[in-house]
Design a binder for this molecule. Structure first.
Ligand code: BEZ
Length: 218
């Protein structure tokens, strides 16, 4: 799908939110930000997603991550809906801003449109989620249709991965969880790896005899 994607800088939009007007670059600068959209207020899947995000917000803040939601209704509607969200999910406090996009302009600029979901005003937002790095570029995007709710454990997991690989020349393998071994990036030579990972690493013996599967802990 054309539009904003991994590696792109986010546009410096001025947006109206439940916590006032925000300029995206100022909000996202020098932090990690999860910018996530919802098809609409007072809808069941969105209510569960926002609730889970609010319940996990402390986990994100502890990792230096800001949260910024978006739904295509107005601020009054967002504020009324927040009461339902907090009532539905125990312990949820929606303490992060939610962007209002009644005119459906912002979702176009942020590649958050669901082409298959429409109401009388036009296309609804998809369940898009961009993780924006401190350099204001998109590091990871998830794009789900309105009918499939996201997994916030996975969002937390990929934050851990992104932050890890931003600090070390490593990558995280399939189903990786924090605390498990990571793999050393392919471009790192064995000589460099010895310097970079003084704690050591294991090279897995594979039929090809190529030494690309190198595991370490960081
Ligand atoms: C929901 O959040 O439940 C939803 C919203 C739009 C379309 C389908 C489901």
């Amino acid at each position: 799908m054309p539009g904003l994607t991994i590696g792109d800088p986010i546009p410096d939009l001025e947006v109206e939110t439940t916590q006032g007007t925000i300029k995206l670059h100022r909000f996202c600068a020098d932090a990690w930000t999860i910018l996530f959209s919802h098809p609409g207020d007072f809808t069941p899947v969105c209510t569960t997603e926002l609730g889970k995000m609010a319940q996990y917000s402390k986990e994100f803040y502890q990792r230096g991550v800001k949260l910024l939601g978006l739904s295509c209704d107005d601020i009054q509607s967002h504020n009324d809906w927040t009461k339902d969200i907090e009532a539905y999910t125990p312990g949820a406090k929606v303490n992060f801003p939610i962007i209002a996009d009644s005119k459906r302009q912002i979702i176009k600029q942020l590649n958050m449109v669901d082409p298959d979901e429409k109401d009388s005003t036009g296309n609804l937002p998809s369940r898009a989620l961009h993780i924006i790095g401190p350099d204001l570029k998109i590091k990871l995007s998830l794009l789900y249709p309105a009918t499939t709710g996201r997994n916030m454990d996975e969002v937390l997991r990929v934050i851990e991965s992104l932050q890890k690989v931003s600090k070390f020349k490593v990558a995280t393998p399939v189903n990786w969880k924090p605390g498990e071994p990571v793999v050393i990036a392919p471009e790192v030579t064995d000589e460099q790896a010895k310097q970079m990972f003084p704690q050591g690493y294991e090279t897995v013996n594979l039929p090809s005899k190529k030494h690309y599967m190198r595991l370490t802990k960081v």
